[in-house]
Ligand binder design. Structure first.
Ligand SMILES: O=C(O)C1=C[C@@H](OP(=O)(O)O)[C@@H](O)[C@H](O)C1
Ligand SMILES: C=C(OP(=O)(O)O)C(=O)O
Length: 431
């Protein structure tokens, strides 16, 4: 269900939601299930368009994948079981799919071609193609390998040591997939700790990987074995309702089964720093990925500074943090976030442009933004620019706006959260 107009000027949000499965973990479950030997069963898989693109790509590589609702069963035949695709691999809007898949395809003895949508065509790929070339891969693309369409001619790889110039879990993960098939050892050094779902999943599939601070080591020639994966709820999706609960008056929202991997919980720390009324009940289920319930209530917020090592731990939450900052007393400064410029859109520009239309006091900087609060938001016509996270942030902004808000390109939201509007409606108390 996609509403014609967004809900505005809400008087309260209350209730419980189980946000859908984590996007990063869902992608990886299909990838590891496809290169492992035997059956993998994934539950609470995210049926967002990005993860469905990953399933479609691995089916084209000859992997049998059955999907029944949120349950996905993958019949892996090992890395050698992947077959040369007869058609182009289309990753849609998904940067994670294309970058991680390149690490797998780089070591396979066949040719594959990768394309995506208009947004993917603008996103940088040299960050992955350059280190993979050091391992011996042959990858060709537009503008010297920087952009899609990309053509991968896989073959034997040799492990190498590589220091990542940017903090990127996608680049790290791509190199881990290459390292699994390379001869010898691969050593990856990251400038800052990024999400570690790939490392955790290698272990779940019976493989070995060692992390020491910012250095990750993996040996080639490992055989992985199919397993069962239960995907926790996506904290990046929960973030929109955490913000809504904090800024809509008279609200109390409980978010159930949210992933609490410490490499992803920057948003919780920022809410705490801003003075939000938030409580967390972690589960003690011993699963590879920690999870728990989070309750948020309407809060009086104050401005803060977000920078440095915190940035990779909340990179996808910055659009919604910018909205939170418009409702906080004083100034919020977001720095060291240049990476936002190469997401689905340039998220510094799109956040500043769209929130300004609603009356926010927000200015772009070279590496982030400065927001002055509190602003009373008004109505207007805004656009997601085809970026799911911008679309959801604007739907939450509308909830506290006084006038009517029209959102263009709302359909982008189904990239990561197809049931977003249903969940939103279920929280609205009409009194
Ligand atoms: O590895 C992943 O699953 C992701 C890593 C991040 O990208 P970068 O690695 O480009 O920072 C993040 O923005 C993206 O939504 C998902
Ligand atoms: C940046 C994102 O995803 P991807 O890089 O996979 O397109 C995101 O989901 O915010």
């Amino acid at each position: 269900m996609i509403p014609a107009n967004l809900r505005t000027n809400l008087k309260g949000l209350s209730g419980e939601i189980a946000v859908p499965g984590d996007k990063s973990i869902s992608h990886r479950s299909v990838m590891f299930g496809s290169i492992a030997k035997g059956k993998t069963v994934v539950t609470n898989f995210l049926l967002g368009e990005d993860c469905l693109s990953t399933i479609a790509c691995f089916r084209k590589l000859g992997v049998f994948i059955e999907q029944e609702g949120n349950k996905v069963t993958i019949m892996g035949k090992g890395m050698d079981g992947l077959q040369e695709p007869e058609a182009i691999l289309d990753v849609g809007n998904s940067g994670t799919t294309i970058r991680l898949m390149m690490g797998i395809l780089a070591g396979r003895p066949f040719h594959s071609v990768l394309v995506g949508d208009e947004s993917i065509a603008k996103r940088p790929m040299t960050r992955v193609t350059a280190p993979l070339s050091l391992f011996g891969a042959k990858i060709y693309g537009r503008k010297n390998g920087e952009f899609t369409p990309l053509s991968v001619i896989g073959g034997p790889l040799a492990g190498a040591a590589y220091e990542l110039p940017v903090a990127s879990a996608q680049v790290k993960s791509s190199l881990l997939f290459a390292g699994l098939q390379a001869s010898g050892e691969t050593v990856i050094i990251e400038p800052m700790k990024t999400r570690d779902h790939t490392e955790r999943m290698i272990k779940q599939f019976g493989g070995e990987v060692a992390a020491d601070g910012h250095t990750i080591r993996i040996k080639g020639g490992q055989t992985l074995t199919g397993t069962e994966i239960h995907v926790p709820g996506d904290i990046s999706s929960a973030a929109f309702f955490l913000a809504a609960g904090a800024i809509v008056p008279n609200s109390e929202i409980k978010l159930k089964n949210v992933g609490l991997n410490p490499t992803r919980t920057g948003i919780i720390e920022v809410l705490q720093q801003m003075g939000a009324n938030i409580s967390i009940e972690p589960y003690e289920n011993g699963l590879a990925e920690p999870a728990g319930d989070i309750t948020i209530r309407t809060s009086t917020l104050k401005g803060t500074v977000i920078e440095g090592a915190l940035i990779p731990r909340l990179i996808d939450e910055i659009p919604i943090i910018a909205l939170l900052a418009t409702q906080a007393e004083g100034e919020t400064v977001i720095k060291d976030a240049e990476e936002l410029k190469v997401k689905e859109t340039n998220r510094i520009d799109t956040v500043v442009k769209e929130l300004s239309k609603l009356g926010a006091d927000i200015t772009a900087t070279e590496d982030g933004m400065v927001i002055k609060g509190r602003s009373s938001l008004s109505g207007g016509t805004v656009s997601s620019h085809g970026d799911h996270r911008i679309g959801m942030m604007l739907a939450v902004a509308a909830a506290i706006s006084k006038g009517e808000v029209q959102l263009q390109q709302k359909e982008a939201i189904s990239v990561s959260y197809p049931s977003f509007f249903e969940h939103f409606e279920s929280l609205i108390s009409e009194t």
